[in-house]
Structures are given as C-alpha cells and as structure tokens.
Design a protein around this ligand. Structure first.
Ligand code: FES
Length: 63
C-alpha cells in the first residue's frame, strides 16, 4: 500500500491518492476513478460471475 501520483502529459501531478479504483465501465463522473456508476449501468466485466445462482448454473447445478 502506498500513494500514487497521477500526472498529466507534461508530468505535473494533478492528483495523489492512496485508496482508489479505476473505472472500467466508462460511466464514472469522476474519471479515471470508479464512482460506483457501474452498478446503475449494469456493467459487469466479461467473465465476471456476480451471483451465487450464476455460479451454480456455471457449474451445471440448478439455480
Ligand atoms: S467501473 Fe466505472 S464507475 Fe465503477
């Protein structure tokens, strides 16, 4: 764990954070960081299994 400096293309530090997630869905209002907008957008990463029922189905079990 540590801090990360975010820099612009000229190398100027524009933000420093210690706890963050980067947005992968494209819906964040705080790019490049995740603001949880992915939940309302229904975004799920390819290959990500989010529900127990889906895991069961994936394993050939009845959900
Ligand atoms: S991944 Fe885009 S807002 Fe969370």
């Amino acid at each position: 764990m540590g801090t990360v400096d975010f820099v612009d293309m000229d190398g100027n530090v524009i933000d420093t954070r210690t706890d963050f997630s980067l947005c992968r869905c494209g819906f964040s209002k705080d790019m490049p960081f995740c603001d949880s907008s992915h939940k309302a957008a229904g975004f799920a990463a390819e290959g990500y299994i989010s529900k127990k029922e889906d895991v069961k189905e994936e394993n050939g079990e009845k959900a």
